[in-house]
Write a protein that binds this ligand. Structure first.
Ligand code: NAP
Length: 304
């Protein structure tokens, strides 16, 4: 159910969405993305739907940017309860919502849409999912940690930076390849949330200095997604007391995770963030606890 690599299209939502209504069980949830064929979300969400007895399924829908507005507008008429959004839609969808949560507004992105009384409500579960993953992986609350976010001004990086500010982490530093973007986010967070964020240039000497007063290092760049990608950190900068979280999940080991292992620093990949953002989306749609362990098992099966 929904776990085949099958991909549907925005046009399938038109005219009463017969194709989704006639499925057994009917599709009532989806992920919109471009590309979307490799999304792991159907595995975890369909496992959760079966476990909780909701008679629906979750499907992948290939939605290019130009079709997003139409596809979202057709969702309520197609009988859907909501959807997830992945690249490249998380920012673009904001003006297409009837309302968004305060956190999604601060993060400037939504990854979860819930349909209530025919209206589209936008949420961001990447930030809270990251926080839950850190507590689970390292046994400490995010709020206790001094955090350095590599790629802190990108999409995922921004959600993580805002989550750190919401939880009042004792220090938040972002290193972004394009320094201006990091500096502008730092200024925005300070103005809107009153939290101090330092933006540093992406170079070895600034990174080395920042690491001296960092507990948790987060990779929010895509480095590690492709085989052979270098680590975002130069060698020899990590210490054994650092906690290393790589948001990348590629089914294998990234160069950053290898560096952490070689240094004996505790480390984790982005699979736990993926799991918890999905669980939080499920809770938004159904207003009941997500069956986390069942979702975790489903993810383990595909992650190998
Ligand atoms: P994005 O919006 O394109 O942001 C990418 C960030 O990485 C930007 O800050 C960019 O810097 C920086 N960057 C890109 N290439 C770089 C390079 N070669 N060297 C240094 N910095 C580089 O991408 P995104 O959607 O946030 O995704 C980023 C990562 O987060 C991906 O690996 C994705 O898999 C992961 N992610 C994981 C989860 C999860 O649940 N685990 C959820 C969402 C995303 P500039 O500003 O200079 O361009």
């Amino acid at each position: 159910m929904g776990n085949s690599p099958e991909v549907y299209f925005a046009k399938d939502l038109a005219g009463g969405a017969e194709i989704f209504r006639l499925m057994t069980p009917p599709a009532r949830l989806a992920i919109f993305g471009d590309p979307v064929a490799k999304s792991a979300s159907p595995f975890i969400q369909n496992a959760a739907l079966v476990e909780t007895g909701h008679p629906y399924q979750y499907v992948r829908i290939h939605v290019p940017g130009a079709d997003l507005s139409n596809a979202l507008a057709m969702l309520p008429g197609a009988g859907f309860l909501g959807c997830n959004l992945t690249m490249p839609h998380k920012q673009a969808a904001i003006p297409m919502m009837h309302s968004i949560s305060k956190e999604a507004g601060l993060m400037g992105a939504i990854n979860t849409v819930s349909i209530r009384e025919g209206k589209l409500e936008g949420f961001n579960t990447d930030g809270p999912g990251f926080s839950a993953a850190i507590r689970e992986e390292f046994g400490v609350p995010l709020s206790a940690l001094r955090v350095l976010i590599l790629g802190g001004a990108g999409g995922a990086g921004r959600a993580i930076t805002i989550q750190c500010a919401l939880e009042k982490c004792p220090s938040i530093t972002i290193a972004n390849r394009t320094l201006e973007k990091g500096a502008s986010l730092a200024e925005e967070v300070e103005k809107q949330m009153g939290s101090k964020v330092s933006a540093i240039p992406w170079d070895p000497s600034h990174l080395a200095k920042a690491l001296g007063s960092t507990d948790l290092i987060v990779n929010a760049t895509p480095l590690g997604m492709k085989e052979g990608d270098p680590s975002p950190l130069p060698d020899d900068l990590l210490g054994k007391d650092h906690l290393v979280y790589d948001t990348v999940y590629n089914g294998g080991t990234t160069a950053l995770i290898t560096q952490a292992r070689n240094t004996k620093a505790r480390n984790a990949t982005g699979l736990s963030m993926l799991l918890h953002q999905g669980a939080k989306a499920f809770e938004i749609w159904f207003n009941e606890p997500a069956p986390l362990e069942v979702m975790r098992e489903a993810l383990k099966k595909i992650a190998g």
